[in-house]
Write a protein of this length. Structure first.
Length: 194
């Protein structure tokens, strides 16, 4: 049996991603989850506390289910890790039919200027993601798979910026092409000629 807290968290995650944090009310979450208001306030003092808990969950899920199985999997070549990371991101966008955008990018756009606690958590997430990409690039430079004339941190920031922007464009165009074509272009730019 799913607990009322888990129902609230699952509903909030879904609605925040679909409608946005600001447009989703506690009443929307209660209606969607089937949980009473008294149960909500038993588990969470406020919508902000719920939102930060959902964000923590999303970050932990992403790190274990996406980063650890792609960029962090050192049994795969650096090129293979980066390709697998792109495949996973593209697969998720396809399942969502290019709707909703990036849950992290959406929250960053929506909350970073108005809520310092959200901004700090999102900054930490994007920094960790950039470091994971950079570590993969460094490994690829060592094996001779990736070019060494551009610093790994710069390439990591380029890849991260491309991903977030391409997810937004995929949503606006209702097409996966910004991600698929963009990821192929970036891979061809950073790979050595060997």
């Amino acid at each position: 049996m799913i607990s009322s807290k888990d129902k609230i968290l699952a509903s909030a995650k879904e609605l925040f991603h679909e409608w946005g944090y600001s447009r989703t009310s506690v009443d929307d979450i209660l209606k969607n989850s089937g949980v009473r208001k008294s149960n909500f306030y038993y588990h969470f003092r406020s919508k902000e506390e719920l939102g930060l808990t959902v964000l923590d969950q999303m970050i932990n899920d992403y790190k274990s289910n996406v980063l650890a199985t792609t960029l962090g999997d050192t049994s795969i070549s650096p090129t293979g890790r980066l390709e697998e990371y792109y495949r996973k991101v593209i697969s998720t966008r396809r399942k969502l039919k290019c709707t909703r955008g990036s849950p992290f990018g959406n929250l960053a756009i929506e909350t970073s200027d108005t809520n310092e606690r959200f901004r700090e958590k999102l900054e930490g997430f994007f920094t960790a993601l950039e470091k994971a990409i950079s570590a993969c690039i460094k490994a690829g430079i060592k094996t001779g798979e990736f070019r060494s004339d551009i610093p790994p941190k710069v390439l990591a920031r380029l890849i991260l910026s491309h991903l977030e922007g391409a997810i937004m464009l995929a949503k606006a165009k209702k097409s996966i092409n910004p991600l698929t074509k963009g990821s192929r272009a970036i891979l061809s730019l950073i790979k050595t000629d060997e």
